[in-house]
Design a protein around this ligand. Sequence first.
Ligand code: UD1
Ligand code: CA
Length: 455
Amino acid sequence: MSSSRKALAIVLAAGEGTRMKSDTPKVLHQVAGRSMLAHVLAAVAEAGVETIAVVVGPGREDVTAEALKRAPHAQTFVQAERLGTAHAVLAARAAIAAGCDDLLVLFADTPLVTGATIRALREALAAGAGVAALGFSAADPFGYGRLLQDEAGRLVAIREEKDASAAERAIRLCNAGLMAIDGAAAADWLGQIGNSNAKGEFYLTDIVEIARACGREARVVVADETEVLGVNDRIQLAQAEAVAQNRLRRAAMAAGVTMIAPETVFLSADTVLGRDVTIEPHVVIGPGVSIADKAVIHAFSHLEGASVGQGATIGPFARLRPGAALAEAAKVGNFVEIKNANVAKGAKVNHLTYIGDADIGANANIGAGTITCNYDGFFKYRTEIGENAFIGSNSALVAPVKIGAGAYVGSGSVVTKDVRGDALVVARGRQMEKAGWAASFRAIQAERKAAAKKS
Ligand code: UD1
Ligand code: CA
């Protein structure tokens, strides 16, 4: 496709989403850890579209904010009244008036569409079509607009379910909703769309017949049904999630990640995975995670907003929360939680530990049951542990506190003051022993009890 063609994408996000039964607008519901709107905007960017307009419903500042977060150069338009898909497109008439070669219309509730498919629609325009509609063969076509074709396979019209004859309803080839329109003619054709149909709405789909009446060809570009799944309720949201997860797992494995049971691993759209990473069963990776080459994530671990260095190992049953940054060859074992903390190269945090707001130096060893006491109910404080330090099991490090490099902390210590490098600190009750004390204690108490029974 000639890269000289200028494209404008209009993303329709003004739907009410009533069937989601949610306080959150439909297009902000998430698939693979990011909003459906963000997915569509990512696909648009992937297709090389430089100008983006998002049409939102009135009072939907949250949708506008998400659009601008994901596509900072996007223009946003408000569709004051919901009078149909053509009416929604025309809410962005100022963007259309600025001129483009390819006008693309996408629905923000169709999150699985790919950049490649958007490119295929653009190619149809580059090859001379006036309109290209994305079609799919529906297992159950009910509710979709049907694509009516002539004997040569050219698109003749799109008929909505409610306006279709019985013969038209039998057609399985359906309108996915995505459309590419010749930018030079778009404003004229959109202006001709009326609302004399069963729903009394301005249907974007009428543009096919209008373009043909102007002597232009309309084409169908066929996509797989899983790619054009529209999300109207939570059941379809879960179906979209399943498709998205399968794609992410396959892409990860294709890029050199081993997954023993991929169907049990959950990734996010932004997950970054290196080569020869191994992810064991039942791992959940939330947004903002990157895992470097050769790292191993053992079973039942949960990661979010964390980075894992090369060759590091995590879990089983570990939790990395936002701001956990593990360097190369770090080791985080079972029942360990790490939050907002740097764990330097080769450091080990192997068992039953909470590390929050901390810096752990290279090759430090954090014993079982260590807790960084980072919060006083009002503020958070940092713990600094130098390289090669050894923290004995069941120690509480009361922040703010620094443990110098190479220092030893005796097991069971509650450390409230800084510890110098290479020092030993023991902050617990001193052990004392009285020889024979227990035997004489037992003898005395037994005698008292016997005396008490007699009286
Ligand atoms: C639409 C298509 C239908 C297609 C189906 C695919 C039309 C007339 N029909 O039907 O051919 O098979 O999608 O899912 O285009 N929207 C607005 N403002 C409006 C109306 C709609 O922003 O005034 C947005 C919605 O938020 C949604 C999209 O446009 O993202 C589609 O609208 P919807 O009412 O769901 O159309 P369908 O009846 O599903
Ligand atoms: Ca719909």
